[in-house]
Unconditional design. Structure first.
Length: 99
């Protein structure tokens, strides 16, 4: 009886694994670039890709000028930087009322 119970539990676990594996989402498809984005990407690669491998590594991205970063962000090729205003101080914490 115990052998049958163990065999049934094993088959149920195996079935659950197979079902979950089939439901796993595939890798998201690469976003297709517009003609404007492709042209700008090609221009930036020609300008900043020093090792000519077709990709910008961290060192190459660090050398991109502010104007070019703004262009790429506006075209949707770079994520917009998080806004952190150093000039605006954080609001002071309000003290808890004394009892």
């Amino acid at each position: 009886m115990k052998k049958i119970l163990v065999a049934v539990m094993g088959m149920l676990c195996a079935t659950a694994l197979v079902v979950n594996a089939q439901d796993a989402p595939a890798k998201p498809a690469k976003k297709k670039l517009t003609a404007e984005q492709a042209a700008l990407n090609k221009e930036m690669l020609a300008k900043y890709d020093t090792d000519k491998n077709g990709k910008l590594d961290k060192a190459e991205k660090a050398k991109i000028s502010k104007e070019d970063k703004d262009k790429m962000t506006k075209a949707g090729l770079l994520k917009a930087p998080k806004k952190t205003d150093a000039a605006t101080p954080a609001a002071p914490a309000t003290p808890a009322p004394a009892n």
